[in-house]
Design a protein around this ligand. Structure first.
Ligand SMILES: Nc1nc2c(c(=O)[nH]1)N[C@@H](CN(C=O)c1ccc(C(=O)N[C@@H](CCC(=O)O)C(=O)O)cc1)CN2
Ligand SMILES: NCC(=O)N[C@@H]1O[C@H](COP(=O)([O-])[O-])[C@@H](O)[C@H]1O
Length: 293
């Protein structure tokens, strides 16, 4: 059985337990080991090995007994469940859904959430038997004069209890995610932005406006950024980026198409790493994506 650990260069050697000075043995952490069905590689989440705080100690007859007590893992046969937020055509949602269908992403889409009922992403979800919810309330969520949108509290309850969602993915979603929802999915909510953050991001910069700003700046490179979501627009920790050339003769439409091609490659890769738990965190709060191969 191959156990795939982060390269020692990246991961500090196991710290011994500060109380009993033992180094946790792999067998004592067997509960941490998860089988990645698709690849047959045994993954051992680093955080559950290198955090002595996971140990419990009991004093028996004067001796300190140290045993790892990793947090409970999901039921082995339960795939991670995703909520995907869209506002428009949903091409990134479709790319993620296609990656699930062909086995690149080991997860299920539990629900699609949109501020624009019947947008392209909403229709695609409905056509594929995926539940849909409207959020937040606006003139666009009035159907026959009745508001069909959930409140923030109702949405959180639905995501946690009705849909049992583990991870939230923003995919062309154009509304600010409220702080209460961000807190519910700390280090479990991603967004894709069509430029190289921290440049060309923030309020007012979305869709074609981003590409116009890039071209107008004279920048020679652009590309998608995948980042964890915090309370501000596009200010969360960057997880992955890809680079495409910007030609001085580019129209915003031409640049958008070039960036979108890379979005549809990069986002599924990032989501696969997220659900496979191949992301660790540096002590300065920067996420590290570990390749599956
Ligand atoms: N809490 C967060 N919410 C959202 C984030 C985020 O990083 N943190 N990312 C955005 C997606 N996004 C860029 O990637 C983005 C989307 C929309 C805007 C924006 O200025 N929106 C307009 C309204 C547009 C409309 O309703 O048509 C606005 O707020 O005035 C900026 C960045 C998703 N949510
Ligand atoms: N700041 C957010 C933003 O501009 N998102 C962008 O909206 C486009 C449409 O997404 P879609 O085709 O997946 O609906 C994509 O380029 C995405 O990066």
């Amino acid at each position: 059985m191959r156990v795939d650990l982060a390269s020692p260069a990246q991961a500090s050697l196991p710290r011994s337990c500060h109380l009993c000075s033992s180094i946790p043995r792999l067998s004592s952490l067997s509960a941490c080991v998860t089988q990645t069905k698709r690849t047959g590689i045994k993954k051992v989440p680093l955080r559950q090995i290198y955090e002595p705080s996971l140990h419990t100690h009991s004093i028996r007859k004067g001796a300190v007994h140290c045993s790892a007590s990793p947090p409970p893992l999901q039921e082995p046969d339960r795939k991670p469940r995703l909520a995907i937020f869209v506002s428009g055509g949903g091409s990134n949602f479709r790319a993620i859904h296609a990656a699930i269908a062909d086995g690149r992403i080991c997860a299920d889409v539990a629900v699609v959430v949109s501020d624009v009922p019947n947008c392209g992403g909403w229709k695609y979800a409905a056509e594929h038997g995926i539940s849909v919810e409207a959020f937040p309330a606006s003139a666009k969520t009035l159907v026959d004069g009745k508001c069909v949108a959930l409140s923030t509290e109702q949405l959180i309850t639905a995501l946690k209890e009705k849909y049992d969602v583990d991870f939230v993915l923003l995919a062309g979603y154009l509304k600010l995610i409220p702080a209460e929802l961000v807190r519910q999915y700390k280090r479990a909510m991603l967004n894709i932005h069509p430029a190289l953050l921290p440049n060309f991001g923030g309020k007012g910069l979305y869709g074609g406006r981003v590409h116009s700003a890039v071209i107008g700046s004279g920048a020679r490179f652009s590309g998608p950024t995948i980042h964890f979501v915090d309370e501000g627009y596009d200010t969360g920790p960057i997880l992955a980026q890809a680079v495409v050339p910007v030609y001085p003769t580019d129209s915003p439409k031409q640049l958008a198409a070039r960036v979108l091609t890379e979005e549809h490659r990069l986002y599924p890769e990032a989501v696969a790493a997220l659900v496979d738990r191949r992301i660790t965190w540096r002590e300065d709060g920067i996420p590290v994506l570990w390749s599956a191969h």
